[in-house]
Design a protein around this ligand. Structure first.
Ligand code: FE2
Length: 174
C-alpha cells in the first residue's frame, strides 16, 4: 500500500518537474521527466493491481519530497529520491518480508522496482552532470516498458532486460 502511495506521488512529482524543465527551455530533460513519470505510473499500477483482494478502502502512508525548485534542484531531489528507493524502500530485506508472507507477485514487483530505481538514478546522475554545465542533454528518445517500467534512453531494445517482454510492449517518448 505504501509503495503504491509513494509511486503515485512520484508520478505527479515528475510531471511537475517536466513542466518546470519546459519552462526553462530544456525540452530534452522535460522528456526524460515525463518518461520517468510514466514509469512511476506503471509501477504504481502494478502495486495497485495486487491490492484488489483487500475489497476495502485503504489509506497509504508514504512520503515523497516535493518543492518548487529549478531543474538543477529538481534533478538533485530526484537523485536523492532514487537513492531512498534503493536503500530504504525496496532493498533485499524488504523483499524478504514479502517472501515470508508468500506474496510472490509483490516480491517480483519490489525486485523490478529496485532494478528500475537503480537505472533511473544512473540516468539522472548522467543528465545532472550536463545540466550543471548549463547545457541541455541530447534529444534522444526514451522507451518505457509498460509491464515493469524499465527505462532506456536511445535505442529501443528488442526485449525488456528486466521482465523479458518484447519491444511491442514499450511506449516511446520522442
Ligand atoms: Fe519490462
Amino acid at each position: 500500500m505504501n509503495a503504491f502511495g509513494g509511486k503515485s506521488q512520484s508520478h505527479v512529482r515528475y510531471r511537475y518537474f517536466a513542466a518546470q524543465a519546459e519552462a526553462e527551455k530544456l525540452p530534452n530533460v522535460a522528456r526524460l521527466f515525463r518518461a520517468i513519470a510514466y514509469s512511476e505510473y506503471i509501477q504504481a499500477s502494478n502495486y495497485h493491481l495486487k491490492l484488489g483482494h483487500l475489497e476495502r478502502i485503504f489509506t497509504t502512508s508514504s512520503i515523497v519530497t516535493c518543492g518548487f525548485g529549478n531543474t538543477k534542484k529538481n534533478l538533485a531531489l530526484a537523485i536523492t529520491g532514487k537513492e531512498f528507493g534503493i536503500t530504504e524502500m525496496y532493498p533485499p530485506e524488504y523483499k524478504g518480508l514479502t517472501k515470508s508472507r508468500k506474496e510472490k507477485i509483490t516480491e517480483r514487483n519490489l525486485l523490478w522496482n529496485y532494478l528500475v530505481e537503480r537505472l533511473h538514478k544512473k540516468l539522472l546522475e548522467k543528465v545532472k552532470k550536463v545540466i550543471d554545465k548549463n547545457h541541455d542533454i541530447e534529444p534522444k528518445s526514451i522507451h518505457i516498458c509498460r509491464v515493469c517500467g524499465y527505462t532506456r534512453r536511445g535505442e529501443l531494445p528488442n526485449k525488456c532486460p528486466i521482465c523479458k517482454v518484447t519491444k511491442e510492449k514499450f511506449t516511446t517518448f520522442t
